[in-house]
Ligand binder design. Sequence first.
Ligand SMILES: *Cc1c(COP(=O)(O)O)cnc(C)c1O
Length: 384
Amino acid sequence: MNAGIPMVPQADPGAAYRAQKEAIDAAVARALGSGWYILGKEGEAFEREYGAWLGRNAGGAPMTAVGCANGTDALVLILRGLGIGEGSTVVTVSHTAVATVAAIEMAGATPLLVDIDPEHYTMDPDELVAVLEDPPPGLPPIRAVIAVHLYGQACDLDPMLAACERNGVVLIEDVAQAHGGRLDGRMLGTMGRAAAFSLYPTKNLAALGDGGVLATGDEALAKRIAAIRQYGWHERYISAEVGVNSRLDELQAAILRVRLPLLDAGNARRRVIADAYDAALAGGPIAPPARRAGVEHVFHQYVLRSADRTAVQARLKSQGVGTGIHYPMPVHLQPAYKGRAALGPAACAETARAALEVFSLPMYPELTDAQVEQVCGALKGLAG
Ligand SMILES: *Cc1c(COP(=O)(O)O)cnc(C)c1O
């Protein structure tokens, strides 16, 4: 790194806290002073506010939100609430946070991993149709699909929804990276049977610790899941069914209530930064990320790809630009899954290629104009 050039970190969750310190500190003090720390008034208010912010599902039913301990658990709770576990296969992608696949196994189900469309890095709907219509032999029946809206961009959801409908399979949305994103004006998380959101500190809507929330337009399902998240209690101390412990605490809920009203503006700021990066890359050797038609992207990550990734990352670093890799190893090639995870007919070839080439630029609303300019200057330098 050149002496005197300050580093622009790829992620900076502390910057968001510092920008919102007064409001967050007040919310934390309020929660601490309340004398009630788990599943209380703050959590209930956050669930109400989050459900209202999501609006209605495709059928016009209001969304009901249920807080839980993290985004992985949000997926597990949805699967459990739907009775999808042992004896079921769940289809998803290998190009995702390992959490998506871990959740399927935590619920007791069998993951089946299909490939991505290499332009948008999301599930290839044609391969999904192929596995739904002609499932690989030896697997339990396919009961659900987890559609991952990766990097803040909607996956190609409509053909996936149609294929699920035709085959009697439930579609669950993993919106851990795309809170507030839209597809043809429809809010992500409102189109499947239920949706899971992570509130991890670097996500677009972030707690200052672990947190998760799930949402569905099916109120009975939400009630069932709310019971499962706390030992299966419908009534205090009486387990009506087998449950788990996965609760959102009052401190995190109070912090999230400060941040939810700021989320849309934060996403808009991410788009402004993405537009600036796009312009800086124009005409250079690296193409800006493809944006799917009809999508309102919320740029959880701004992801580029290069066959010469290590050298490009080093050049950017020398200009004070931090980068990350999301993700360096596809789930199906990781030691815990290799040779064990079932794959679709494409054997996740595009997924394996993408993992060798993708890298992510700094992206968060608190990036200053000067930091954005510094990144843009470094990107323009790649052309020379
Ligand atoms: C972050 C993430 C999760 C899991 O969230 P945690 O809160 O870390 O459990 C699941 N899916 C995707 C796509 C994610 O990015």
